[in-house]
Design a protein around this ligand. Structure first.
Ligand code: KIV
Length: 277
């Protein structure tokens, strides 16, 4: 018998088959421990390049490297058993050619054993998505607000809110679906447009600041747990862990300073000696 987990993980085709069905639940995780918790309730764990902001304190996701994604992808795979793990392709690892994209995606799949990659961009990435999909790399697209393009976008504003601005975003969604992506994240897009795209394209849409009618939803775990300094409009906070963690650290510091920690129960006494040896 081969040494393989007996648990079957969800696959990209499993997610693709969920179009129009039970909503797909997705959260980010970058560590083994949070991955184990997310794995119990979610269909997809995204090792997002938002780890650049959350773990490394970068202002944007632009400085994130392939090495960072591989390392945290490995941690999330070790922590989870059931969910499909999708690893983000970082800025600069896939845009210059479809061959560069294949090399980077293959490295992510080989070194993390995750089930799929995600990349940002619509129609302009369609050829690359087709190239990867035809060569065994399941691709999740990402359209609307694409944070890796912050330096050309200028700001993190929502898209499709102005009269006459829908066409390029609709074309992006269609191009990605036709190119063979198994699903697409729609980020910060006017609600009626996200709804229309969801009704139009054949692959599942996963919304973040998009529409409740999307085929699934995703949030950054730290945002929904109340660990981020700023809560974007599209986040519902399901916890307030920031103040809880701070209170715990404050208590620990006070206990150390007053010598009430460690207590007698936290230290090791001597082993009893047998008399006469
Ligand atoms: O990097 C990330 O966490 C993401 C989500 C916001 C979809 O791409």
């Amino acid at each position: 018998m081969s040494i393989q987990s007996v648990t079957k993980r969800k696959t990209a085709p499993d997610i693709r088959a969920r179009k129009g069905g039970e909503p797909i639940v997705m959260l980010t995780s970058y560590h083994a421990r949070t991955a184990a918790l997310v794995d119990r309730y979610c269909d997809i764990i995204l090792v997002g390049d938002s780890l650049g902001n959350v773990m490394h304190g970068f202002e944007t996701t632009v400085p994130v490297t392939l090495e960072m994604m591989v390392l945290q992808g490995q941690a999330v795979m070790r922590g989870s058993q059931h969910a499909l793990v999708v690893v983000d392709m970082p800025f600069g690892s896939y845009e210059s050619s479809k061959e560069q994209a294949f090399y980077s995606a293959a490295r992510i799949l080989k070194e993390t054993h995750c089930g799929a990659v995600k990349l940002e961009g619509g129609a302009r990435m369609a050829e690359t998505i087709a190239f990867l999909s035809e060569r065994g790399v399941p691709v999740m697209g990402h359209i609307g607000l694409t944070p890796q393009s912050i330096n050309t976008l200028g700001s993190f504003r929502a898209h499709g809110r102005e009269e006459g601005s829908w066409e390029p975003i609709e074309n992006d969604a269609k191009a990605i679906a036709q190119a063979g992506a198994f699903s697409v994240v729609i980020e910060a897009v006017a609600e009626p447009l996200a709804r229309k795209i969801t009704e139009t394209i054949a692959i599942p849409t996963i919304g973040i600041g998009a529409s409740a009618t999307c085929d699934g939803q995703v949030l950054v775990l730290d945002d929904m747990l109340g660990l981020s300094p700023r809560t974007p409009k599209f986040v519902r906070r399901y916890g307030n862990l920031g103040p809880m963690i701070e209170a715990a650290i404050e208590s620990y510091a006070a206990d150390v300073r007053s010598r009430s920690f460690p207590g007698p129960e936290h230290v090791y006494g001597m082993k009893a000696q047998l008399s006469g040896h």
